[in-house]
Design a protein around this ligand. Sequence first.
Ligand code: HEM
Length: 234
Amino acid sequence: MMSPELILLVPLPYIVMAVFVGGHIYRYAVDQYAWTAKSSELLEERWLGVGSQLFHWGILIVLFGHIVGLLVPPSVTETMGISSETYHKIAIALGGSAGLIAYIGVWILLLRRLLVPRIRMTSDASDLLVLVLLLITMTLGLYNTLIYDVFVHPFPYRTTIGAWLRSILALQPNPSYMADVPITFQLHIFFAYLLFLVWPFTRLVHVWSYPVFYLKRAWIIYRRGRLPGAIGHD
Ligand code: HEM
């Protein structure tokens, strides 16, 4: 019988990837018109503007840090003359500050959904689930980067978690890389799994819809004025 740890580290990542890809294909096939961010900008603009900008700019830098930190072996950056120590210091400074910016953003987006009545009434369970899963994943991620790495010891995630993830993607899963990974890093990955599992069935699908076609779309012209017969129009 496979141990729970082994299930988390070998079959589960493939199941998560299958649901992620399969879920997007299914969603695109049957639900194209709901493939949106379902923006609530018309209901409340100011806090959405602040929260969304902070979150999106921060998480893009965090994503870049994850791709380089987890998918590029240390030997490559060392060949470029960047030692592991230097790399880790840059990752903590850049990933940590970008992560904090995204974290403030996601808190604003969650509190906006809970505290602004018009937004609360137009939110469904998946909207809150996405924000709560993001918050938990990011809390654990920031704890790992800004507390564990700084006050406990700089954990060598590129030769452990990174090596494991690369073995998964190379279809030669090697769970032994994860043997000594602290629980807060493992929990971070576990909650990221949950986020990837619900992703295709939530508004997160908007990530793949880059509105490049907007560039060639005809302009929408807004005119200030009042419609004839509108209330209060004398
Ligand atoms: C939606 C999914 C994810 C989100 C939102 C997320 C977010 C974050 C954030 C905000 C941080 C702290 C800032 C930073 O160091 O960049 C972080 C750190 C980290 N994340 Fe993630 N993460 C996600 C998925 C993953 C996955 C799937 C893995 C590994 C398989 C991973 C591994 C790590 C590691 C190792 C750190 C600590 C880096 C260090 O010690 O400097 N993350 N994550």
